[in-house]
Design a protein around this ligand. Structure first.
Ligand SMILES: C[C@H](O)[C@H](O)[C@H]1CNC2=NC(N)=NC(=O)C2=N1
Length: 102
């Protein structure tokens, strides 16, 4: 069964616990900054592992000392679902280990 799109209230409640994340249209987004490019690249690999574990995949954009994460749920018509929130929480949990800056 396709996951259910969250209401705006549900998204706002989730974002209240996800510092640095925002709703941009129908996507959850956050950009992480790092002191060094390789730290950002290492976080890409870590996030990719989490994404395969959850079978839920964000768009990851590796920049110069930055990693931009943007996610919605394709099977829910490109809306934000609980799967996006779960992925965002899992990414947040590993960000400190990569010395990601606020
Ligand atoms: C078959 C597999 O479970 C699906 O294609 C998964 C893979 N990763 C996914 N990622 C995202 N962001 N949305 C999806 O609907 C989705 N579906």
């Amino acid at each position: 069964m396709a996951p259910r799109p969250l209401s705006r209230e549900e998204i706002d409640a989730a974002l209240a616990e996800l510092s640095g994340w925002e709703l941009d249209g129908d996507r959850l987004r956050r950009t992480y900054s790092f002191a060094r490019h390789l730290q950002a690249a290492a976080m890409v690999v870590h996030v990719a592992r989490i994404q395969d574990e959850l079978d839920h995949h964000a768009d990851l954009l590796l920049g110069y000392n930055t990693l931009a994460v943007s996610v919605n749920t394709h099977s829910a018509g490109g809306k934000v679902t609980g799967l996006d929130v779960e992925l965002a929480r899992r990414i947040e949990a590993v960000a400190p280990a990569h010395d990601a800056r606020p």
